[in-house]
Design a binder for this molecule. Structure first.
Ligand code: F3S
Length: 82
């Protein structure tokens, strides 16, 4: 029997309120990259939700780890995982 269970999560960033602290990139460079022109970090590969103006990216369960850390340490709490 084969169980094809792919647990997914969503990372959400309120980009406009990011203050460019950079800890997300330091902790989780596979997903976060500083955009120095705007003094903010971008969530790599994310798409903008035009209703909320936030950036969103679906990730596999195994990739939650460092993103969770980034969410916890972001000084302005603009990252969340659902
Ligand atoms: Fe911005 Fe928070 Fe990263 S302020 S640069 S999203 S740690």
């Amino acid at each position: 029997m084969c169980y094809n269970v792919l647990v997914m999560a969503k990372i959400i960033q309120n980009y406009k309120d990011c203050i460019g602290c950079g800890t997300c990139e330091a902790l989780c460079p596979k997903f976060w990259k500083m955009n120095y022109d705007e003094a903010r970090a971008s969530l790599i590969g994310s798409k903008k939700n035009n209703k909320t103006e936030e950036f969103e990216l679906e990730i596999k369960d195994k990739d939650i780890g460092c993103n969770k850390e980034a969410a916890e340490v972001c000084p302005v709490q603009v990252i969340r995982i659902e």
